[in-house]
Design a protein around this ligand. Structure first.
Ligand SMILES: Cc1ncc(C[n+]2csc(CCOP(=O)(O)OP(=O)(O)O)c2C)c(N)n1
Ligand SMILES: [Mg+2]
Length: 408
């Protein structure tokens, strides 16, 4: 270890580093073979109710390969197969598409899982096992074709029968060439779209701080292509995943892997540094915000344009919900907060408190228009906010979770 560090600092070591990075740039991504493409295309042609799911690895690839977003959109258009996005795959293909069916925020039991349950063939594109899985594979269930740049590691919840490994854009173009006009059953699941999206958006215009209403109002001030919404981690993330229509890759930044609290403000700072002309909003819970609130100083010092929304429910709401859902008495989640407006002002940022739902959109508009660093505290009426997560939009009970390993 020590020797390596010494070497890289010497002129010779530096030369070696440069050579190494040249090699990295010359490295070409592997592409899928014609034989595999033909086999996969044949399987897709036989599908009775196919479904695409764009995941985190597709978003990530689109960040460094500008043509990939167009390749993914073209694949959807050419095949006509409906699609879902995972939480971290949101925006890979525009969710304004008439083929967008929704985003699973959990692994089962939501409205959108009806589409998954009824699919006979699922094509996860850019599935990333660091994400909470958007569905759970079960013995005798759907067949899955994993389309990605890396092989899927075998997991109890994800063990695809087929894998198409190679540069995603190439795979999709080559499959599109083989499939266009040859999929009579492509839209077999599309009839589920309207009812699912309608049920997911229920309460979006309710006169309360229901989470769906919050997401609806935030969407109103975020323009589809030149704004970036960044999340911290709390229960609102579930509603944002389900209800925030995301139309371009990497315009909704959230973490569905380790999901650390405290990430919202620092991630918002970087987004605002990189995209000074975009509307950038960091949406944080009161608990998450307070883990890194001192970074307000950084944002002000860097003269950023950044709106920080704090959902103040005086609670680690996600944990309260989990305790309640398991039938436990509430324990250890409640706390009090500083005056967030005064806190913002003490950092020479601006601050506004919103106490009624109708005041949110005007407050956010004013914050963006005014520029600079602006904290908007939303004083949540607790019971309404909580209901947003525990509302089980789907009437049927989730099937018991049996893992493949349990089934032998
Ligand atoms: C660093 C860290 N600690 C603990 C957790 C577990 N956790 C997930 S959400 C949550 C509560 C979040 O509370 P808050 O930010 O107030 O958002 P709310 O759920 O109330 O909207 C906790 C403790 C985590 N994800 N990261
Ligand atoms: Mg909270």
């Amino acid at each position: 270890m020590t020797r390596q560090r010494k070497n890289t600092r010497s002129p010779e070591g530096e030369k070696r580093m440069v050579k190494g990075s040249d090699l990295l740039h010359q490295f070409e991504r592997p592409i899928a073979s014609d034989a595999t493409l033909n086999q996969i295309a044949a399987r897709i042609t036989e599908a009775k109710s196919p479904l695409l799911i764009f995941g985190a690895a597709a978003s990530r690839a689109a960040a460094s390969n500008l043509g990939l977003a167009a390749d993914m959109a073209q694949f959807v258009i050419r095949t006509g197969i409906p699609f879902l996005t995972t939480q971290m795959g949101k925006g890979t293909v525009s969710e304004s598409s008439h083929l967008y069916m929704g985003t699973p925020a959990l692994s089962e039991g939501e409205d959108v899982h009806e589409v998954i349950d009824k699919a006979d063939l699922i094509l996860p594109i850019g599935h990333d096992t660091t994400e909470k899985p958007p569905f759970i594979m079960r013995k005798g269930g759907q067949e899955v074709i994993h389309i990605a740049e890396q092989r899927a590691p075998f997991e109890p919840v994800y063990s695809p029968q087929y894998q198409l490994i190679g540069e995603i854009g190439h795979s999709l173009k080559a499959l599109g060439d083989r499939l266009e006009g040859k999929l009579p059953n492509a839209q077999a699941l599309l009839y589920l779209r309207e009812p699912i999206l309608e049920r997911t958006a229920a309460r979006a215009t309710e006169d309360s701080f229901a989470l769906q209403r919050l997401v609806n109002d935030i969407s109103e001030v975020m323009t589809p292509h030149d704004s970036i919404l960044v999340l911290d981690n709390g229960q609102y993330k579930i509603s944002v995943a389900r209800n925030y229509q995301t139309n371009a890759p990497n315009t909704l930044l959230l973490d569905n892997a380790l999901a650390t609290m405290g990430a919202g403000l620092p991630s918002g700072i970087v987004a605002a540094m990189l995209y000074p002309l975009h509307r950038v909003m960091a949406l944080c819970g009161d608990g998450g915000f307070q883990m890194t609130s001192q970074e307000l100083e950084t944002a002000v010092r860097l003269k950023l344009n950044l709106v920080i929304v704090i959902l103040n429910n005086k609670d680690y709401g996600m944990i309260s919900c989990k305790q309640a859902s398991k039938g436990y008495k509430n324990f250890g989640t409640k706390f009090d907060n500083p005056d967030f407006v005064k806190l913002a002002e003490s950092y020479h940022a601006k601050g506004t408190r919103v106490e009624t739902p109708d005041d949110l959109v005007p407050a956010l508009e004013a914050a963006f228009e005014g520029g600079g660093v602006h904290v908007v505290e939303v004083a949540i009426v607790h019971s309404d906010y909580k209901r947003g997560l525990t509302d089980k939009p789907r009437s049927r009970k989730a099937k018991p979770t049996k893992r493949l390993s349990d089934l032998g």
